[in-house]
Design a protein around this ligand. Structure first.
Ligand SMILES: [Fe+2]
Ligand SMILES: [Fe+2]
Length: 297
């Protein structure tokens, strides 16, 4: 699995976010999966549009997954925006607790299998939580979306749902990535251990702040508690800071609006051995557009 890099186990290859030499990524035949953190509103969509193509080229990406639960004005996603992201080159759309905020997405989720909602929604919810992506060269990658239950909506058990979805995908591929959309660090860490050796990667989303705990677990699963958000960093996790502060200071209802300032793309690039399904490396990305500015919403 993976090999070595300058005498260091491949699992410990870490560099400054966004600073990887493209040349390194041509040295092996591992699959490269780009996972992009929660895309927030127009600012997030615009920074994605500016960076996605060049990132896919730079990192020789085989599959691109993005969490899209905040794409439409900060809450939810519409069919129009889902189609736009798929056309831009995102291969699989994952989501979370905001998936149903736009009513029109319910019927779309029945028909567009590349849009996932957490697999542990109770039976009867539209859509599905697992997807088998076919790559251009004929290889397959399984993607599973789950949501946590700690400090969140009381869905079905994400651990049992994970085993069920992973079991189904294992019939077709060894390469499986899990987006665990959860609030509590402990629940995410527990999921990493629960799935270590069963899947290629467990990446966390939902808190919108990237964590620096990426690692390869002992049985070969790449793990990170949260990959961060793709959106305005001059904000309170994507929301205009003045509005968030107003709610904290007054405890009164305040209508939230997505912020605009200092947009950044957050995510990870994970390398996976397609034969074994084990991860070779995981690297965090935090990338700002070249100009440092994106048009205002
Ligand atoms: Fe989110
Ligand atoms: Fe969320």
């Amino acid at each position: 699995m993976g090999g070595n890099f300058m005498g260091m186990p491949v699992a410990y290859r870490r560099r400054c976010p966004g600073s990887v030499s493209p040349a390194h990524y041509k040295e092996n035949n591992l699959l490269r999966i780009l996972v992009i953190g929660d895309i927030i509103g127009r600012a997030g969509r615009q920074v994605l549009a500016k960076l996605l193509s060049s990132l896919k080229t730079q990192y020789q990406v085989d599959l691109c997954i993005a969490n899209v639960e905040n794409v439409a004005g900060g809450i939810g996603i519409t069919p129009v925006l889902a189609r736009e992201l798929l056309l831009q080159g995102v291969d699989v759309l994952t989501s979370g607790n905001h998936i149903w905020d736009k009513k029109e997405i319910e019927s779309y989720a029945y028909t567009e299998k590349r849009l996932l909602r957490p697999a542990n929604y109770p039976p009867g919810a539209p859509g599905g939580g697992g997807y088998l992506a076919r790559l251009a060269d004929g290889q397959s990658v399984g993607v599973v979306n789950l949501a946590g239950r700690v400090f969140m909506q009381p869905l079905d058990c994400p651990f049992r749902a994970a085993k069920s979805e992973v079991g189904k995908l294992k019939e077709y591929t060894s390469v499986i990535l899990v987006d665990f959309h959860a609030e509590a660090t402990s629940e995410k860490v527990a999921m990493g251990w629960y799935l270590d050796g069963l899947v290629s990667a467990v990446v966390g989303t939902h808190t919108h702040v990237q964590t620096a705990d990426e690692r390869i677990l002992p049985k070969g699963t790449a793990y990170i508690t949260d990959i961060g958000m793709t959106g305005p960093t001059d904000s309170v996790i994507g929301i205009q800071k003045e509005l968030a502060l107003q709610r904290f200071l007054t405890q009164m209802p305040v209508k939230f609006e997505p912020a605009k300032g200092s947009p950044q793309l957050n995510g990870v690039v994970i390398e996976v051995d397609p034969a074994s399904g084990k991860a070779g490396s995981i690297q965090r990305l935090r990338v700002s557009p070249p100009t440092g500015k994106v048009a205002a919403q």
